[in-house]
Unconditional design. Sequence first.
Length: 256
Amino acid sequence: MILAIGGYDKYTGHCSWEVVFSEMDQNVAKFIRTMYSHPAVMAWDLNNEPLWFASTQDCLPNVSDYQNVVDGVHAMYNLVRANDPSNKPTTVGESPLPFMHYWKGIESFASPHLYQTNMPQMPYTMEGTFRLAKAESNPLPMVVGEFGYHIPDHVPDENAQAAAYTAFYKELKAQNLGSAFWSLSLSDDQHPMSVINADGSLRPAGHVVKAQHPVVRNASFVSQSVPTVMKAGQSYNVSVTFDNSGTGNWALANYK
């Protein structure tokens, strides 16, 4: 899991990061100290598309304005480093691709957000998009941080969404790249991009994603035979049965 830390990029009538950062840095520091040791946390995303968001708020009219955003993201990097003693990797999820080079000094790996909206041309443009992302992130390793397909803005229906996911994963494999995944939201604004239905069942694209991420190590509880009462200091025979619901084999030497 990559935890995205945002907040100070939510400009409210101004384009200076210091004001909002001063209002939330203590909460963010507490969040980092609470979460860094969780076994599911792999890395920190220092913000979510900071330069793209600033551009949507008319905060980048001049080249010099870019430095304001860069300073804000660097402040978050320093906050993470001061509060995470485990020194987990950091990245900055960003789009469009030409913005990526701004973050090389504080990233452990690049995390481009790739949304391709021209579906008829997708088979022809995808390889070039990946190659450009690699060039922008070089020499850092790269994990695609976001991708997805909006119904109906990007694709007409659920089957077309599934086909787009299939093509995307095929090119990921060809380019020897990994990806994170986020499209599980049921919110009104993001559900059109989700791969799950409102009841939690999988859309066709969800089945594509599931097939790409098989659970190797997993188990489900079946039954147990344990004495109702146990006296302190005594030894007892017990039996616990689990079902191997993953895809990897269990070896006696590794599971006790």
